[in-house]
Design a protein around this ligand. Structure first.
Ligand code: MG
Length: 339
């Protein structure tokens, strides 16, 4: 099999702010795996927080080419070879892994979710994310988003967190989830959770720093809503130590190395009795559609990263009113150019 990669620059509709910074452009890396005239496509959405950039992905993908071999169905073996060859760099591995799944599906003439035996499973509705801004601006964006989405994920970790949740609650008739992206101390998290619980917040994502598992446990024991780990739950190896500290984990292909890594993480989480969210970075429809293939296995979906782009060069999974995810029927991931 042969491997090709290129960087794509993807401007956002509006600047996207979370607790640790603002993003105006997403730089993804599109990867192609070719085998006997058939091409599988995947994409990496590297995050500086996890130590990756588009340039790192390009260099890593070149190094990982030797892991491919000649069998397009040896996906588990390729995944293990990649992880033995290079530690971390999960977005680069995710791009190759999803390209392998796309290729295998095309060779079988089956959509990936059907190859995996997931036909017929209902998919959770995706939330739409409201980035940090002034409370009134977030409330306006929430009101607009609530016309299309029944679930909103509100980013917190600013000076106005309580005001933000109140303003969004007033303006939007939708389920609200909040994500602090590790911005609070455990005591701050409990205090805010007490204040926002009566406003009907469904869950609280990553209130405290990733390493602070005792802090997560402290919050979980006191907050009147489920606590979900995101930055604390990177790969399947993180799952067992989160038992008791959180109610659920947020799995992202870019953290755990693609569909194969996510399936391992899902099995680990279920064995540990944890709920599962399937999330994303700011990414194209290539990798959002890859994640959507396994969305039937999870409780909550947050697959809106492609909707934050001013132009997505690809199309795949689509969103119906309310946030319903509709998978494409085409073989593999089912993605095609959007223009
Ligand atoms: Mg998060």
């Amino acid at each position: 099999m042969e491997l090709y990669a290129r960087i794509v620059e993807l401007p956002l509709v509006t600047p996207f702010t979370i607790a640790r910074g603002t993003q105006t452009v997403a730089r993804n890396v599109v990867v192609e795996v070719r085998h006997e005239g058939v091409t599988g496509v995947g994409a990496a959405a590297p995050s500086a927080f996890y130590g990756e950039s588009a340039e790192h992905v390009m260099a890593t993908v070149a190094c990982l080419a030797e892991c491919l071999g000649d069998d397009p169905f040896a996906i588990e073996q390729v995944f293990d070879r990649m992880n033995r060859s290079i530690r971390f760099n999960a977005a680069a591995k995710a791009a190759i892994d999803m390209a392998m799944w796309d290729l295998a599906g095309k060779l079988c003439a089956l959509p990936v979710h059907r190859m995996l035996g997931l036909s017929g499973l209902p998919l959770p509705r995706t939330s739409f994310t409201i980035g940090i801004d002034r409370p009134e601006a977030m409330a306006d964006r929430a009101a607009e988003a609530a016309r299309r989405f029944s679930v909103l994920k509100v980013k917190l970790g600013s000076a106005d967190d309580l005001e933000i949740v109140k303003a969004v609650r007033r303006s939007a008739n939708a389920t609200i989830r909040v994500d602090a992206n590790a911005a609070w101390t455990p005591k701050e998290a409990v205090a805010l959770a007490d204040q926002i619980a009566p406003l009907g917040v469904e869950l609280l994502e990553q209130p405290v720093p990733p390493w602070d598992l005792d802090g997560l446990r402290f919050v979980r024991e006191r907050a009147q809503m489920p606590v979900v780990a995101d930055e604390s739950a990177v790969t399947w190896e993180d799952v067992p130590r989160l038992v008791g500290a959180v109610d659920g984990i947020n799995i992202k292909l870019m953290k755990c190395g693609g569909i194969t890594g996510a399936l391992r993480m899902i099995r680990a989480a279920r064995a540990c009795g944890l709920k599962i969210m399937l999330g994303c970075m700011v990414e194209t429809s290539i990798s959002i559609t890859a994640a959507a293939q396994i969305a039937g296995l999870v409780d909550w979906a947050d697959l809106d990263g492609n909707l934050l782009l001013s132009h997505d060069p690809w199309k795949g999974v689509s969103v119906r009113d309310g946030g319903e995810l509709v998978l494409p029927d085409a073989p593999g991931l089912g993605i095609s150019p959007s223009e």
